[in-house]
Design a protein around this ligand. Structure first.
Ligand code: KG4
Length: 351
């Protein structure tokens, strides 16, 4: 079975061709970073206009590289949500139209299911159940995955997503968009303990053995698997303002390393807490922020300490791509009837 996967949820136009669940014939991604970088973030209107220009060439390239034609395709899988509505509409309407004229069935896929399953594009595949931390520009969520189509949301961000925090901190430090890779590159030369930025644990009664900050002695509420990064972002801003007022030069590398460590600490410890409290032995990482080397390293070493198996896809499967959408479409199509042309896109995940 050949699945054509199409992804346009944010600022990447992507398409891929997947044979069954395991043979990736092509995966093409067109990034819009250059368009959005001068604005310091994604401009939704520009993103959807660029998808309109890119969608046909990108799908054509994915088919060409796979050495197949549309007639060979059995299923069109397309991101239905969550994401920017204008961006989603381009890919979803295109997929519907393609399906209508070719009579190839199409299926709408939740973008989060794509990230949750991206690890199955690798040779080394996890067993179910697993705890997945999905961190990107639009989300920071922890899921319990029971099968290829059964996921329970255990925790999510109450404000900024981790990638959004990286991008906003980069902007206030004068680094270009997308900020995550720039902040992590600067952090390499910095000292992670130089500045004591806050960790928002959001109340908990369990201890976090690997975390490096000082924890409150009393739990103020039940331990939470939710995240909050807006206070951390403000703390970085305050630190920079204070340094300017006191005429102290900003130590960019130390700020980046200390900020990154504060994000990584919370992401890793809450993921491990979820695994412990659900008695799950496997941890999976996904989403654009999982390209962050410090996060990979810290998660891997804490999983090792706690005897958990750890899986993370290669960086090109962590960021938005069509291959993970094709894969999720493949699994969901085995369990549901093809989508109807009445269906529409949605901005919030339905998982
Ligand atoms: O999943 P993704 O490709 O797209 C969406 O969120 O739609 O994730 C992009 C996000 C951006 O916020 C980017 O700054 C962040 O992932 N990111 C990183 C790194 N590489 C990408 N954040 C931290 N460290 C990185 N190395």
């Amino acid at each position: 079975m050949l699945t054509l996967g199409i992804e346009t949820s944010c600022d990447d136009t992507a398409a891929a061709v997947l044979r069954n669940s395991d043979i990736l014939l092509s995966s093409v991604v067109s990034s819009q970073d250059q368009i959005h970088t001068r604005f310091g973030g994604v401009v939704p209107e520009l993103a959807s206009r660029q998808h309109l220009e890119s969608i046909v060439p990108i799908v054509t390239e994915a088919l060409d590289r796979a050495d197949v034609t549309l007639q060979d395709i059995d299923l069109i899988a397309v991101t239905q949500g969550p994401g920017l509505i204008g961006s989603l509409l381009v890919g979803f309407s295109y997929a519907k139209a393609l399906s209508y004229v070719t009579r190839i069935p199409f299926i709408g896929v939740d973008h989060m299911a794509g990230h949750l399953l991206a690890v199955f594009l690798e040779e080394d595949k996890p067993d179910f159940p697993y705890i997945a931390l999905i961190v990107s520009g639009g989300t920071s969520s922890i899921y319990l995955a029971r099968s290829h189509i059964s996921f329970s949301l255990l925790g999510r961000t109450r404000d900024d997503a981790a990638g959004e925090a990286f991008d906003k901190v980069a902007k206030l430090l004068g680094l270009p968009y997308p900020g995550g890779p720039r902040v992590s590159a600067e952090a390499i030369a910095g000292n992670r303990s130089a500045i004591k930025f806050p960790r928002a644990w959001l109340g908990r009664s369990l201890s976090f053995p690997g975390a490096s900050d000082t924890r409150p002695s009393l739990a103020v509420e039940e331990e939470s698997l939710d995240f909050s990064f807006s206070g951390l972002k403000t703390a970085v801003l305050n630190h920079c303002n204070q340094a300017k007022q006191m005429d102290i030069p900003l130590q960019l590398a130390d700020i980046c390393a200390s900020f990154q460590e504060a994000v990584v600490d919370v992401l890793v410890e809450k993921t491990l807490l979820a695994a412990r409290s659900h008695n799950v032995q496997t941890v999976v990482l996904g989403g654009g922020v999982s390209a962050n080397l410090r996060l990979r390293e810290a998660m891997s070493s804490r999983c090792q300490q706690e005897g958990k198996a750890f899986f993370v896809p290669r960086p090109s499967f962590c960021t938005d791509n069509g291959a993970m959408i094709a894969l999720a479409g493949f699994y969901y199509s085995r369990d549901s009837t093809p989508a109807s042309y009445e269906q529409d896109v949605y901005s919030r995940s339905q998982l």
